[in-house]
Design a binder for this molecule. Sequence first.
Ligand code: SAM
Ligand code: SF4
Length: 452
Amino acid sequence: MPRPANSREALLQPRMREVIVEATSRCNLRCLYCAVSQPGYVGRDLEGDPQAILRGIVELGPREVQINGHGETTMLPGWVELARLLTESGVPVTLTSNLARPYESRELEALSRLMRLTVSCDSSDPALYARLRRGGRLEQLEANLDAIRNAARARGERGPRIAINCTFSHLVVAGLPELVRWAARKDLDAVALTNLVVYPGLPGKLVLRHPAQVDPLGTQRSVAEAQRIARELGLDFYTMGGLDEDLERAAAEVRAGRARLVDASQRELVPPSPKNARSAPSVEHANAAADAADEVSATAALAPSPDAGPASPSGSTEPLAPDAPAPSTPAHSVPAGMTRDCVDPWEYAFVHADGGVSLCCWAPAIGNLRDASLAELVRGAQARAMRVELLSGTLGPACGACPARGSVTPHELEQRVQKLLSRPRFLQAGLRRLRELAKRARRRLRRSFADR
Ligand SMILES: C[S@@+](CC[C@H](N)C(=O)[O-])C[C@H]1O[C@@H](n2cnc3c(N)ncnc32)[C@H](O)[C@@H]1O
Ligand code: SF4
């Protein structure tokens, strides 16, 4: 006899919404803020037979599969075939990419058939873009965006929903409204701001700070202005990972006269000696030599290594490197009697390049595909223990230290879980499709008004 949806056991079952598979953790770029750029990082390609892994994912019936974690999937030979295998199995595929290199036409075709493409771009100023995304050129990114839309148009389609992911540091705050206008000119659909996880600065490169440390009130104004422009131009606009809360907390400190803000210049460089990297940086002119030192080839393939893994925040099971310090983003603490406002362990699975499987961006792996199938892992004892932790509010180290989610009462979380478990799958897919169609219609209307 089927168990009632709210029995304790039923509440611990997964309802996969999205599986993320890290096809490779290698990357062609060395973005200033990324864990990939930290000393000692070595990426690797997905362990095991990628086709068999993908078939295991399809069996779970997720609503979508994202084919990247850390690293750049489009530099993996065979990535087109992986995307095709999923699409032909009827699973919508999404990808986050730097789009930093020239693509062959079969790759553009594959990109144009994705359900959603998230493109990382922090600034529409070509010089700043190049300094942040070391090895990337805005001109190449723009050419790729046009080519993807053209590939879809050749089939009489518009192609994927394309969003910009802007990694939101103090260096890009002032240019945010212009970035939104640029996204509209490039026929994109959304702009999202990711909450910067600050890693130690790279000697000789620009200092990067969380905007809340520098000017929370000015940043809130810039975000509000960008939001207004996005609305006007018919683009969606998101802030992610607790960014709004971080800015509001810092803004409240400023209003109360308690804030200790950093007087940051946009041209500050991290001192050349790695030993001083964490002390107050000197202000120097960003000169041509520094620009030259930022150059990395966007097409260079980086040698994979069997014995090193990717870094958090993508949730690696292994340390970044023996001496690589942890990022300094603080956890949002959970008051007594509350729990994390998070249903990720019910809805998400991350397959890391080393075969490790975790259930959110921050927690360690619950097992490895070398030892069990994905279905066994997401239904297994470790996965259920994590869900019990959240439902009861007795948080372990990973959920206790999570910087990405706020708090909620255990009862409220249980209600959220019940709701997601009881929603019929076909209804979810139908509702999503309807919402997407309504958004597109609204966007077309707004753009036609804005053009008048
Ligand atoms: C790790 S990348 C992997 C995909 C691909 N290589 C790319 O750049 O689009 C995924 C996203 O994480 C963002 N990211 C990287 N480092 C970050 C950090 N320290 N804090 C917040 N977001 C970060 C990137 O800008 C990118 O949009
Ligand atoms: S392109 Fe993506 S994975 Fe590569 S260094 Fe930049 S943010 Fe990191």
